[in-house]
Ligand binder design. Structure first.
Ligand SMILES: Nc1ncnc2c1ncn2[C@@H]1O[C@H](COP(=O)(O)OP(=O)(O)OP(=O)(O)O)[C@@H](O)[C@H]1O
Ligand SMILES: [Mg+2]
Length: 340
């Protein structure tokens, strides 16, 4: 494989299976009008978004060996690097009723053996080196390591990337996000407002609260926090600067996966517009252009029905403000308490 500027890792991919039914009879026998399948996961979505932009970003995925045809069947063979593990892939089931509600049942990530996780780590490091990549994206939920009974350990990856001078962009939530964000290990994180509130342990009411929370994480060593704020766009915060980007209103169809699209947009901009040093932005990448492109991709994503980006057509313009108004209230208060 020739070089790629970005490698992604999705530690716990899932098979998204959607059943389209006329109307769901609870407790009854239902027949689906049609069934669709898609290989899904946050890193997988970022990989697909980047390829749409023309940026190579192969995705490493540990995946169950009892369904070897999954890549071919879901139309995503050449962008991914599987590490085959024993068993099947977890399944997220969606039941879409015609003109009715959508019901979801998501299976938790399947635990991984200690040796499988070590092999996934080694494969990811090898791919980063082989492609001479500048960024590694680690995105989505983490599986439990059967050896330790805890979440798989990302620290060997952070150490290897640090030694190679490769930046890590992380998009996760809950305990793993808090652990690695407070250790300051990722270069970039992309929490939504709730994930940011949960990480710092306080509710966020205004743009100023978002900036303060993000800056607290920059003090731990993160170069840039990209806080996505749904319809309010995104705030990018570094140790001593902040930018806010927002598009005009768009027709919202499905917001699932919009965050992944923003990360693809950010990385597209920063890898195709490199900066010579950190004199302009305080970090070695173009934060302003990155956050502007991020919200444009996010806005396109919400206008499309699928969780992955289908195309990059009808990209709205986005405005970036340096030093955003701290008193602007968030559209919705972001609560620190975990959601159900
Ligand atoms: N209603 C909306 N109108 C316009 N843009 C939106 C809207 N909702 C989301 N976006 C765009 O998508 C981006 C990401 O949205 P959000 O903050 O909801 O991400 P997220 O919660 O991480 O999503 P996910 O984890 O499902 O991918 C926002 O920064 C914004 O650019
Ligand atoms: Mg998200």
């Amino acid at each position: 494989m020739s070089g790629a500027p970005i490698i992604t890792l999705t530690p716990a991919p899932t098979l998204d299976r959607t059943y389209f039914v006329h109307n769901l009879i609870e407790g009854g026998v239902n027949r689906a009008d049609s069934v669709a399948e898609e290989l899904a996961g946050k890193g997988i979505n970022v990989t697909r978004g980047l390829y749409l932009s023309g940026v190579k970003a192969p995705g490493v995925v540990p995946i169950g060996n009892s369904d070897p045809g999954v890549f071919a069947r879901t139309g995503s063979m050449d962008q991914f690097i599987p590490h085959w593990v024993d068993g099947t892939l977890r399944v997220s089931t969606t039941i879409v009723e015609k003109d009715g509600p959508t019901t979801k049942v998501n299976e938790a990530p399947r635990p991984l053996s200690d040796s499988d996780w070590k092999e996934v780590v080694a494969l990811t490091i090898a791919k980063v080196k082989e492609n001479n990549a500048q960024w590694l994206v680690i995105a989505g939920a983490l599986p439990i390591d059967k050896g330790t009974n805890k979440f798989v350990d990302l620290e060997p990856l952070f150490t290897a990337m640090h030694d190679l001078g490769v930046r890590v962009a992380m998009d996760s939530s809950g305990e793993p996000l808090k652990l690695y964000a407070t250790k300051g290990l990722p270069s970039v994180i992309k929490p939504n407002a709730h994930e940011l509130a949960e990480t710092v342990g306080r509710d966020l009411h205004t743009v100023g609260d978002v900036i303060d929370a993000a800056r607290e994480l920059c003090q731990h060593g993160i170069e840039c926090v990209l806080a996505s704020l749904g319809p309010d766009g995104m705030v990018a915060v570094t140790k001593d600067r902040a930018w806010k980007a927002k598009t005009g209103p768009v027709k919202v169809i499905n917001t699932v996966g919009a965050g992944d699209a923003t990360l693809a947009g950010f990385l597209t901009a920063v890898t195709t517009n490199p900066v010579a040093d950190d004199s302009e932005f305080g970090v070695g990448f173009n934060v302003s252009l990155g956050v502007q492109n991020a919200v444009q991709y996010g806005a396109v994503a919400v206008t499309q029905p699928t969780s992955g980006l289908e195309n990059l057509d009808n990209m709205p313009v986005a405005e970036v403000t340096d030093n955003p108004d701290r008193s602007t209230p968030l559209e919705e208060i972001a609560y620190a308490a975990p959601t159900k």
